[in-house]
Design a protein around this ligand. Structure first.
Ligand SMILES: NC(=O)c1ccc[n+]([C@@H]2O[C@H](COP(=O)([O-])OP(=O)(O)OC[C@H]3O[C@@H](n4cnc5c(N)ncnc54)[C@H](OP(=O)(O)O)[C@@H]3O)[C@@H](O)[C@H]2O)c1
Length: 307
């Protein structure tokens, strides 16, 4: 059975990845945290045999790195160098230079490095992607709004939408953007116009809204496809509207892990480690999402991913 290490046992680990791993065909061999305190509590709660004091002790086939973004590069590189495949939560790093160094470390190691852009595995976004498999839409409007700003908010939050835009439309040709902020590291809004080879895209990322809201509208060729995340997909042609609501009941009491694609990305990573196969979000592809994020930030007058 595949042996898995979990590095970082904070909010995403405990709410999403650990429950998924503990229900999957693998053995969680050990956990690690910064101080060790939370790792010991998690190990006791879930009967996990080891608490690692250092990365050198990790005795697993693969690792989930679920630590804060500024620690990603050194932790993931050290594991890859030891021949351990890595699933790393987004973003890869806080600077493009660190993300690129990590990509090179992964390629030099020959080990899989997958980045956690879970939205590509969410059933609603998967359906959207399939609707445009033959040709991209002509217009896309992607919105990611969430109350309460935070340090480098687009990198933490809107980066999922930037990744979906690339997945659906290809590589950006031109970017213009603007933003609102008192402090550029804690901006309130960023709106970008991104021209793709065959698509005009708009990204809206706001942090002074009422509630969490994630929505993508796509138009082209006499068809509209609209996703209201996490579970509604409307396909509208010139005669009818077909709405699929992936409710928990429709999906067999699906959890948020299922609806946002977390379970599917974990299963795909474990399968790729077992079989040597590929995943939807390998590091090389994910790096391009970070490059586009950097272009958007700069175009909007916000600090880019160089600081
Ligand atoms: N895909 C998504 O939608 C999504 C959603 C939320 C978060 N995330 C990403 O997930 C990552 C983690 O976020 P989070 O909110 O779970 O963070 P968090 O709650 O702050 O937890 C971080 C964990 O990492 C541990 N840690 C910190 N530095 C470490 C080090 N040097 N070595 C080993 N462990 C270390 C911490 O240890 P202590 O417990 O000892 O402090 C803690 O257990 C971030 O990259 C974030 O962007 C992704």
């Amino acid at each position: 059975m595949l042996r898995v290490a979990v590095i970082g046992v904070g909010s995403i680990a405990r709410s999403v990845h650990l429950p998924t791993l503990l229900a999957s065909e693998c053995a969680v061999a050990g956990v690690m945290s910064r101080t060790g305190e939370r790792a010991r509590a998690v190990a006791a709660q879930f009967n996990i045999p080891r608490v690692y004091e250092s990365l050198d002790e990790v005795d697993a086939d693969c690792a989930f790195v679920l630590t804060p973004k500024d620690t990603h590069g050194p932790i993931a590189s050290a594991l890859l160098r030891r021949g351990i495949a890595v699933f790393l939560e987004k973003p890869m790093a806080t600077t493009l230079a660190d993300a690129e160094a990590l990509l090179q470390a992964a390629e030099a190691s020959g080990m899989l490095l997958m980045i956690g852009f879970n939205r590509r595995y969410a059933p609603a976004y998967d359906a959207l992607h399939r609707e445009w498999a033959d040709r991209p839409p002509e217009v896309v409007v992607a919105e990611k709004n969430r109350p309460g700003t935070e340090y480098r908010a687009p990198m933490e939050n809107a980066i999922h939408m930037i990744d979906l835009l690339r997945w659906i439309c290809g590589e950006a040709v031109e970017v213009t953007a603007s933003s609102q902020f008192d402090d550029p590291y804690y901006e309130t809004s960023c709106v970008a116009h991104i021209r793709f080879p065959r698509t005009l895209g708009v990204l809206v990322a706001n942090r002074s809204c009422g509630q969490w809201m994630e929505r993508i509208e796509t138009y082209g060729g006499g068809k509209s496809v609209i996703v209201d995340a996490p579970e509604s997909v409307a396909v509208v042609d010139q005669r009818q509207t077909h709405v699929t609501s992936l409710t928990p009941l429709a999906m067999g009491w699906a959890t948020v892990q299922d609806r946002l694609g977390f379970r599917q990305e974990v299963e795909d990573f474990l399968k790729a480690v077992r079989t040597g196969g590929t995943v939807r979000t390998p590091a090389r592809d994910a790096f391009e999402t970070h490059r586009l994020t950097d272009r958007i930030l700069r175009a909007a007058g916000l600090p880019g991913m160089d600081a």
